[in-house]
Structure formats: structure tokens, C-alpha cells
Design a protein. Structure first.
Length: 162
């Protein structure tokens, strides 16, 4: 019935989604900044290109149209990004088994190494901040963020079905 979880409500008592959402949103730039700092530190990939590699790594192999949909961009823009990443040796473009007019995009070994390096750099930045938190808080944060990521994947799977 009410947003705080009264009869018929979806939330626990005192769980004001607007307030919780605001606090999570205010904290999230710290993680984004750590990712951007890792990109700068590694220096060999742009933010735009970084959107492509994890998408192909997570959902691939993909065709160009599926990748463009994942990125929310046009097929021609996605094609240019794939061409640049292919030339850099980060992605592999193969003729699809289903249609000779379609390409299948996969992360190349060098692309996986790039993703791993960026994640390791970001983990170092995160670990530096985590040392300033009490051990119990660190464990709680890790558990809650893991649950948050799982809920995000559930939303993505639901969106793909509809």
C-alpha cells in the first residue's frame, strides 16, 4: 500500500526507495571515477571503445546488429568501433556460420588481456579505498554490491525476453 512497505507494499519498513536510490546514485560516481582512472592509467583504449569490449565479452559472440542494440547506437557507429578494435587486435570479426553477409564479433586474446589489465588496475584503486573501511563494512559492501549486480542481470534478462 505505501512505499515504506506497509500492507501491500514491496519494501521493508523504513526502506524509502527515493532516499536509498539517491544515496546509491551519489556513491556510484566513485566507482565510475575508479574505472576512468584505470583507463587513463592503462592509456591504450578510449572510454567509447571500453563500452564495446565488455559488452562483447559478456554477451558475445554477437553480430553487429545485436552489438549496436546493446550499446544503444546505430549499426554504422558500432561497425566503425568494431573496425577500430579489430585493427587494434582487440576484437575478432568472423563470417557468421548462419549467413555469409553477417559477421560474428568476439573478443580477441589481446582484448581479454586489456580487459583483465583494466580490471586489475580498478581493483587496486578499489582496494586502496577499502583499507579505510572496517572489515565488517567491507564484507557487507561486497555482499550488497554482488546482490545489486545480480538484480541488474535479472533486469537485463527480462528486457531481452520482452
Amino acid at each position: 500500500m505505501d512505499r515504506a512497505g506497509g500492507p501491500g507494499g514491496d519494501h521493508a519498513a523504513g526502506d524509502d526507495l527515493d532516499d536509498v536510490g539517491r544515496r546509491v546514485e551519489e556513491a556510484s560516481p566513485a566507482l565510475v571515477e575508479m574505472t576512468l582512472n584505470a583507463i587513463v592509467e592503462e592509456g591504450d583504449i578510449s572510454v567509447t571503445q571500453l563500452r564495446v569490449l565488455p559488452a562483447v565479452d559478456r554477451y558475445g559472440p554477437l553480430n553487429l546488429s545485436a552489438l549496436a542494440a546493446r550499446l544503444g547506437t546505430s549499426i554504422s557507429s558500432a561497425g566503425r568501433l568494431v573496425a577500430r578494435l579489430g585493427t587494434a587486435g582487440l576484437l575478432t570479426r568472423l563470417i557468421s556460420l548462419h549467413s555469409r553477409r553477417e559477421i560474428t564479433i568476439e573478443v580477441a586474446p589481446l582484448g581479454r588481456q586489456t580487459i583483465q589489465r583494466l580490471r586489475a588496475t580498478r581493483r587496486r584503486h578499489i582496494a586502496s579505498v577499502l583499507t579505510r573501511l572496517p572489515p565488517g563494512t567491507r564484507g557487507t559492501l561486497a555482499r550488497v554490491l554482488h546482490e545489486f549486480a545480480a538484480a541488474t542481470r535479472h533486469d537485463e534478462e527480462s528486457a531481452c525476453v520482452h
